[in-house]
Design a binder for this molecule. Structure first.
Ligand code: DAH
Length: 342
């Protein structure tokens, strides 16, 4: 009996150690272990000679090795034949299913286009914080406390800190750059700004601006005009004209607002341009000497120009979007219409 048990253990090890590598080897295995004259058959035949008190234990062992031998046979057979054929034919030449792509937000497209155009003129991007202090947003820009021009921008102040506010314009970045960098300075500052306005089709409590600043020796108003003219032609096309109107900003002297010919009516007058043929797109001017002084830049040696434009406004003119609220409503029907700011 002892010998027989050892023999069964040896068969078990043999089954576990072999792996038929083809149909022939598999068939040889089947004949050897599972065939009508195979090992299992003869082992089971030996049952009748087993003493009665050992029959149960012997039977359990035989069943165990039978299951092992048959189980291994089935799994080898399957792996050699491959998965069962379902009759389905796969056409490997078919194109794949396209992944649905999202689209860029029109404000991002417009901002990127602005940055790209000025990038070609050598302007690099500068950024600053949206939570700003009074100095960078107002005082350094020649807007001391109680200056009436502070009322031009309704400001969100931060309760916890009397000196902190949400920046009302990206001109604050001008101040931060001049603080650290000396001329030549040629930067463009895109970013989000905040104003305490009632939300309507024409006003919002947050929007985006892009500021530009160029300070060097011999920078003139003619440079400002030519730079902005180049920008407009790249942004809106070669046929668009520009005009400057005298204006007032505390941080520039002289100051001017710039209009472009209305893209809707081509300048002949419509209700978008209030029948003037012109649409205002930005504020600009020569950097105020006092502002240069604030940052230790000698106004007798250096001059500069600056400008600030609303990104929503540029986007509105370019894509004819008549309601500012659309930009922040996240309606995919609106957002998916914009592919590239060409
Ligand atoms: N900061 C102004 C505004 O938000 C726009 C502006 C005007 C920026 C003239 C400038 C500038 O840099 O020179 O209305």
């Amino acid at each position: 009996m002892e010998q027989l048990l050892q023999q069964i253990e040896a068969y078990k090890q043999e089954i576990l150690s072999i792996a038929p590598d083809g149909a022939e080897a598999l068939e040889a295995y089947r004949i050897k272990f599972l065939g009508t004259k195979g090992i299992l058959k003869s082992l089971f035949a030996g049952m009748k000679d087993t003493p009665a008190d050992q029959k149960k234990e012997f039977g359990l062992l035989l069943n165990e090795i039978k299951q092992l031998a048959e189980g291994r046979y089935e799994s080898w057979k399957q792996s050699l034949e491959g998965s069962p054929d379902t009759g389905e034919k796969i056409d490997l030449t078919l194109p794949g299913d396209p992944l649905p792509l999202g689209s860029r937000h029109p404000i991002s497209l417009t901002r990127d286009k602005i940055v790209h155009i000025f990038g070609r003129l050598g302007f690099s991007v500068a950024e600053g914080p949206e939570i700003e202090d009074d100095w960078h947003n107002f005082t350094a820009l020649n807007l001391p406390e109680n200056h009436p021009a502070r009322d031009m921008q309704d400001t969100f102040y931060i309760h916890q800190h009397p000196d902190w506010l949400l920046r009302t314009h990206t001109s604050s970045v001008q101040a931060r750059v001049m603080e650290k960098q000396k001329p030549p300075i040629r930067i463009i500052c895109p970013g989000r700004v905040y104003r305490n306005e009632t939300i309507s089709a024409r006003a919002h409590c947050f929007f985006h601006q892009t500021e530009g600043l160029y300070v060097d020796e011999n920078v003139s108003f003619a440079d400002l005009k030519q730079t902005l003219y180049f920008f407009v032609q790249e942004m809106f096309g070669k046929d668009v004209k520009i005009r400057f109107r005298p204006s007032y900003f505390p941080f520039t002297e002289p100051s001017a607002e710039m209009d472009i010919t209305c893209l809707i009516c081509g300048g002949s007058g419509c209700n978008i341009c209030k029948h003037t043929g012109w649409v205002e797109i930005l504020g600009s001017g020569m950097v105020h000497p006092k502002m240069l002084e604030n940052f230790g830049i000698d106004p007798n040696k250096y001059t500069g120009f600056a400008f600030g434009m609303g990104v929503e406004r540029i986007c509105q003119v370019k894509y004819r979007i008549n309601d500012l609220r659309l930009y922040s409503q996240n309606d995919v029907r609106f957002l998916s219409q914009f592919t590239a700011a060409t």
